[in-house]
Design a protein around this ligand. Sequence first.
Ligand SMILES: Cc1ncc(COP(=O)(O)O)c(C=O)c1O
Length: 443
Amino acid sequence: MNTRKTLCVNEKGHLAIGGCDCVELAKQFGTPLYVFDEDYLRGMMRIYRDTIAKEYGDGLVLYASKAFSCEAMYAIAKQEGIGADVVSGGELYTAMQAGFPAENICMHGNNKLPREMDYALDCGVGLLAVDNPAEADYLDCAAAKRGRVQDVLLRINPGVEAHTHKFVQTATPDSKFGFSVQSGAAEEMTRHILDKKNLRLKGFHCHIGSQIFEKQSFCLAAEKCLAFIADMKKKLSFEADTLNLGGGFGIWYTDEDEKFTFEGYAAYLRALIGAVKEGCAKYGLKQPRLMIEPGRSIVGEAGITLYTVGAIKEIAGVRKYVAVDGGMFDNPRFCLYESKYTAILANRADEQPTELVSIAGKCCESGDLIGVNMNLPEAKTGDILVVLSTGAYNYSMASNYNRNFIPPAVLAKNGTAEYIIKPQSYEDLVRNDVIPDRLKQTD
Ligand SMILES: Cc1ncc(COP(=O)(O)O)c(C=O)c1O
């Protein structure tokens, strides 16, 4: 198991997070339940923030809020003095509701809607990362209407293949994101934006993918971006003053993954910073303002999901299913990417695993699994099963499939847990349903 001071087995042999006994949390809040370790996620924000400040100087960490977006997360990011990246009007609205400073927000998206861009301008968002020509045209007019000049980045594709699942690679030649440096599309778009009176091109953005462990992919992407900056300086006399290298740092899900400490992430970032400094020296560039956008690594390992074990079905010679009261509606990542996780029994966290099981959800869908071939002690109905490292892309990808409730979330710290997302009710599920009058006729 991946333990730490705030995620450990307590004297009762129960799993504890943020000083809270998971068995007690399950009694107090019910299951399924997302639980977040506040100290861990603050620790991650601080390590990135402080490493940039100490090793680089001018820079900003943007929490990639797609990983887990709720008002409390923006409130924490604000307290920690970091920025946020948002990818929709909904994420932006949530940040605004939490009183997040708009100037520290960068808005992304390969197909931002006109109403989302208008909303971003009205909120005073610091940066938008332009990802198609029509968007540049729209933003230019929208900024002009408001009598403003809007700061933007251009999303470029440096063509670096990161070693990760193909659905989370974003800088391959066949990507819906960014403009290829290699094909000349990035240069053309740079010219396009520089021609806009009401847009100020601050620099470039790239994001090569997610759940990446190799430092070399990031360093190569940085090098390629700086080469492009140098090229634009030479050809267009435009020297970028911001370079946003996106997110993507990997986290521990199972023992097949590397396990980084806070210091390990600092070392990762130092390597990236080293590559940026080297690239600037190589190409004779001033050091741009450096941005990074970690999401998964801030919140992923901070979060766990608690379930109650229900049905247990053993198919002789085939497999054993341990079913829980959640499933693909709270964690669709196995269905999407066959993502691997580690599970333990919170009420018997000190017991060694004895068998391989598949953890099934409760949805009417054969593929509704949390994982296959997972190591567990022999589970019994009523056990509290915990899946680790579920903080990122679980709640944010959750749905009400089969009209199940999206579970609530609590934030745990120093032995106390409080709701940051309240439970849903049956009324919530039908809140937006409408029966047209003609369907109410009974004859
Ligand atoms: C533009 C951008 N920035 C940042 C991130 C965050 O990546 P991660 O959660 O892997 O750190 C993503 C994730 O897809 C992204 O698309």
